[in-house]
Design a protein. Structure first.
Length: 401
């Protein structure tokens, strides 16, 4: 028997062949080209340029089924959720259904489901013509957010503050598949965790540093875990549990929810994803809770018995406070960044993602980075200060031309 895997993550984060070796089954990998060289020991590997939009990927997946009738389809990235669900639907394979996948990937459908469950969501509207936008702004006022209904990484997301910005935006022409929603004032949090056999196994909230649109200004994006004693910790955990209960959540999945905390002390959902959070959230959870969210989800989906640390099953707090930061590229040629031994000991992971001589045109999504870091501290405040210190340090020490 075989397992089909859609992949756009580096092998260092998703060594599927190690996670699934006890099954002794053929693994079939469809992956982004830049990561392909690091994967070995698979029955089939095919890599692709333009992975997010390359529709030949689904075609190859279906052709492979004739030779390797796989019984499980794995997707660990946002772009692959619908791909995998449609393949399962066509071939009658167990796993996340098309309806479930669409409910998490389509922001309009998601808000409709949550609204019907009496959960407050931002006012929203499917945006098909300029008339839809006009009607929405007339009813709700400025500012508003326009974004793809199935977007990710804050790509092609625009905040409109007034008539002048709206006219400039419309001058470019509306692209298909958009929604508009009321801009929510407040601090953004993300809440991450794991569902196995339909049960919420683990969940913990974090507070963003800057917002997901900060890359437009060349600012870093990061977050840090909330302390157990933070009054928002239990509130956010309970709130996101209610979102997962209202949505058609898969039997086995990781999740990444984003929630606003408003000046009026309200919690309002932004969106929920049925996959592990991006950037270094997975590493942060490895260090803080000694669990690999993606590994456990993949193993459960493939039928393996999953080993959950007892402290996690008992609702343990993080071992220490952790946070991560991602530093976006500038426009120009990257020359160099600092070495590991120039960093303080409380930096627990450092990834330099750019190569000397590589040309960048700035950041285009919230997860375009040249550097990622995970740091450790004794408190939220200390972690926050250390993340800011590292952002400033790299601003001063990276060399661009």
């Amino acid at each position: 028997m075989s397992i089909l895997i859609f992949n756009k993550l580096p092998h260092s984060d998703v060594p599927y062949e190690k996670w699934l070796e006890d099954l002794n089954e053929e693994l079939l990998l469809l992956t982004a080209r830049k990561w392909a060289k690091d994967f070995n020991g698979y029955a089939q590997i095919m890599s692709f340029d333009d992975y997010d939009t390359n529709n030949a990927i689904e075609w190859i997946a279906l052709e492979w089924y004739k030779q390797y009738p796989y019984h499980t389809v794995i997707a660990t990235a946002e772009r692959d959720i619908l791909r995998a669900a449609r393949i399962r639907q066509l071939l009658g394979i167990d796993g996340q259904s098309w309806e479930s996948a669409l409910s998490f990937r389509n922001k309009v459908k998601m808000k409709q489901i949550l609204s019907e469950a009496k959960i407050e969501v931002p006012p929203f509207k499917l945006l098909e013509t300029p008339v839809d936008l006009y009607e929405f702004i007339e009813e709700n006022g400025y500012p508003v957010v326009v974004k793809p209904v199935d977007g990710m990484g804050s790509r092609n997301t625009t905040v409109l503050h007034d008539r002048e910005e709206t006219i400039r935006y419309l001058t470019e022409g509306l692209t298909p598949n958009l929604e508009v929603e009321k801009f929510i004032e407040g601090q953004m949090y993300h809440i991450d965790g794991l569902v196995l056999d339909g049960e919420l196994i683990h969940i913990w909230p974090s507070k963003y540093i800057n917002d997901c649109l900060a890359f437009h200004e060349g600012k870093c994006l990061g977050s840090h875990l909330l302390e157990p004693k933070n009054p928002l910790t239990p509130r956010l955990k309970a709130y996101v549990a209610s979102l997962l209960n209202a949505l058609p959540t898969p039997l086995h999945t990781t999740f990444h929810a984003e929630v606003f905390h408003t000046p009026q002390d309200e919690l309002i959902v932004c969106e929920v994803a049925c996959r592990t959070g991006g950037s270094r959230i997975v590493e942060e959870f490895r260090q803080a809770f000694e669990i690999d969210l993606t590994k456990l989800s993949v193993q459960a989906q493939c039928g393996l018995k999953v080993e959950i640390p007892e402290r996690v099953m008992n609702g343990a707090d993080p071992k220490s406070q952790f946070g991560f930061i991602g530093i976006p590229p500038k426009q120009g040629i990257f020359h160099s960044g600092p070495a590991w031994d120039h960093l303080p000991p409380w930096v627990t992971e450092y990834k330099l993602l750019a190569e000397s001589g590589q040309y960048f045109t700035g950041a285009h999504t919230s997860v375009d980075y040249v550097v990622t870091l995970v740091v450790k501290g004794d408190s939220e405040r200390q972690v926050y200060q250390r993340l800011l210190e590292m952002a400033d340090f790299f601003e001063q020490t990276m060399v661009w031309g």
